[in-house]
Design a protein around this ligand. Structure first.
Ligand SMILES: CC(C)(COP(=O)(O)OP(=O)(O)OC[C@H]1O[C@@H](n2cnc3c(N)ncnc32)[C@H](O)[C@@H]1OP(=O)(O)O)[C@@H](O)C(=O)NCCC(=O)NCCS
Length: 331
């Protein structure tokens, strides 16, 4: 019988645009203030891509850094999965632009649309492909230009989002790297968080523009409550499934939506988990599909994630969708 093939993260990278939009900047065009935003969300500033800087550009920059970290060349990449809800275009897939820019001449690729859970959905897809032996090396990218779907006249949402990208290289390994995972969706709550316009349900028209359907629509409080329960319960389940306890977790990298959500999740789980949570939403806001890989890569750059660490990731978002992974980093 042949030995089992595992999948493991071998490299990580990230990219954020240069332009910073502070809470004070926001208060110049919507009725809000720094104190309100910081106390309700923990966000102090976010990044904005240039008009001529696209999701695929940010994805490519993050992927380049991840490939260098993993010592993998572009032609070794078999597959490119891009998690995004702000694709360059409806088609072709953003992954195609990334493939071309990186020169990954042996890779196929496609986009995964699952809003803030997109990266974990993509990681799951890549893990399946690697563990089955169909591919050896995958680029798993989360990239977003949320500024392009943000309604800058709505203070309830425009304070939350930012642009950026993160990526990991997932490779076949003889040691387990993915220790446990769980994903879920519940489409009965689709209205809670959505971008209704521009798809086949509401194709772009003068009416969709007038009704501002091409922007993010959100029910903030309902999303908040669902997020806490779903992330805490998913984390508890997968840590147990991995044969671990929360004391074994070196670092938790949650979806960076709101510091109060993260605090409430940690409180629901108990113990001193909050001390081991990585947070960068103060500087980048919620970057949806980019949020977890951007945080993973930044945590590694800062020395907060080291080879062999047990890393817990959890996310929730539009769908509703939710998910979690426990991984051993670079086993
Ligand atoms: C959006 C969110 C920060 C709002 O915080 P909240 O405490 O729930 O605030 P509410 O929506 O109850 O609004 C309270 C008041 O603040 C006001 N308000 C909303 N946004 C404001 C802003 N940016 N500045 C100042 N006041 C604001 C509201 O108009 C409301 O005023 P009212 O009481 O006069 O009607 C919070 O609900 C949240 O973070 N939800 C989760 C969102 C999320 O993470 N989405 C992405 C999921 S991936």
């Amino acid at each position: 019988m042949s030995e089992r093939t595992y999948a493991a993260i071998r490299g990580a990278g990230h990219y954020v645009p240069e332009r910073i939009l502070t809470n004070d900047d926001l208060s110049k065009f919507v009725e809000t203030d720094d104190e309100w935003i910081r106390s309700r969300t923990g966000i102090a500033e976010r990044r904005l891509a240039r008009p001529d800087e696209y999701t695929s550009d940010m994805a490519t920059a993050a992927a380049r850094m991840a490939l260098a970290d993993a010592h993998v060349t572009p032609d070794e990449v078999d597959a490119i999965y891009v998690a995004t809800c702000t694709a360059d275009m409806i088609f072709p897939a953003t992954a195609c632009f990334v493939q071309d820019a990186l020169g990954c001449k042996n890779a196929y690729g496609f986009d995964i649309s699952s809003a803030c859970c997109g990266f974990l959905m993509a990681l799951d897809t890549a893990t399946g492909a690697v563990e089955s032996g169909r591919i050896r090396t995958a680029l798993v990218i989360g990239a977003e230009k949320l500024s392009s779907i943000t309604d800058w006249t709505k203070r309830e949402t425009c304070i939350l989002f930012g642009d950026g990208a993160g990526a990991v290289v997932l490779q076949a390994s003889d040691k387990p790297g993915i220790l446990a995972s769980k994903l879920g969706v519940d489409g009965s709550m689709a209205d809670m968080l959505s971008l209704p316009g521009g798809g086949s349900r509401h194709p772009a028209s003068e009416e969709t523009l007038r009704d501002r359907l091409h922007y993010v629509h959100m029910s903030g409080q309902k999303t908040f409550k669902s997020a806490v329960t779903l992330m805490a319960d998913t984390a508890t389940e997968i840590v147990r499934e991995a044969g671990l306890t929360f004391d074994d977790i070196d670092i938790m990298v949650p979806h960076q939506a709101n510091y109060r959500i993260i605090e409430a999740v940690a409180r629901r789980i108990g113990g001193n988990l909050l001390e081991r949570v990585f947070v960068n939403l103060d500087r980048y806001g919620n970057t949806s599909g980019a949020s977890i890989p951007l945080a993973l890569s930044e945590a590694q750059t800062l020395g907060r994630i080291k080879p062999g660490d047990k890393v817990l990731m959890v996310a929730f978002g539009g769908g509703l969708s939710w998910g979690g992974f426990v991984v051993e980093w670079k086993p």
